[in-house]
Design a protein around this ligand. Structure first.
Ligand code: HEM
Length: 196
């Protein structure tokens, strides 16, 4: 347990507990959007993934982020999503980045949302294969596991967050960033039909 915040637990535990309501909301939005009902819906969802990954990768530029998460080069899926979009015949029309004003340590919360979503992506990847005939080579690259394996890369990420030994106030900011990240992805999911 983190020595500085014995009453609240580690940052990774707090993130899981204090954002779980948003995770539940994401699952509901995914269900509502019927992402795997047909390739059109799936392509719109891939567009959302692409825009979100662009937001996330923009945050890799913070020097402090690089110091806390030294293996950023194995993370990030925007190029995979872009290739998937090409497979699916879509070209992103927007270059707007939602994280221009996001500071540090909030940035780590946004990255938490993206990294954690690789776990649920195992389930989504199976759906994309079974229902839409997509694969890690065509259309569903962005949902495929990291070469090292999902769990290994995830545990390393959580460990890096916990090893940073943030004060209670900084942990609060990371959690705030995670809630903003979920809100952004939720907004994309909620407007899937309109995305271009
Ligand atoms: C139908 C959609 C989804 C399913 C079925 C799903 C499922 C899962 C599962 C099974 C886990 C692992 C839970 C554990 O091992 O304790 C997980 C973790 C996580 N997912 Fe999802 N997920 C979905 C959508 C999303 C979305 C859209 C996001 C964010 C944009 C997201 C973010 C996360 C995060 C951050 C974690 C890590 C939680 C932790 O701190 O342990 N998930 N998800």
């Amino acid at each position: 347990m983190n020595a500085q915040v014995p009453e609240t637990g580690s940052l990774s535990q707090r993130l899981k507990i204090e954002t779980s309501h948003e995770h539940d909301r994401m699952e509901q939005l995914m269900e509502k959007a019927q992402v795997f009902a047909n390739r059109h819906n799936y392509a719109q969802h891939t567009l959302a993934q692409y825009y979100f990954q662009q937001d996330i990768e923009n945050l890799y530029q913070h020097n402090e982020v690089e110091q806390i998460i030294p293996d950023l080069d194995v993370r990030g899926r925007s190029q995979a999503a872009l290739q998937d979009l090409q497979d699916l015949g879509l070209e992103p029309q927007s270059s707007e980045i939602a994280t221009e004003q996001v500071g540090y340590p909030e940035a780590l919360g946004w990255i938490y949302v993206s990294e954690g979503s690789t776990l649920g992506a195992a389930f989504l990847f199976k759906e994309a294969q079974a229902k839409l005939g997509l694969s890690a080579e065509f259309g569903a690259r962005n949902l495929a596991a990291y070469p090292e394996g999902r769990m290994r890369v995830w545990k390393r990420f959580k460990q890096a967050l916990d090893d940073a030994n943030f004060s209670k106030e900084d942990q609060d900011k990371v959690i705030e960033g995670a809630l903003e990240g979920f809100a952004r992805f939720g907004q994309l999911l909620d407007n899937l039909d309109q995305l271009k």
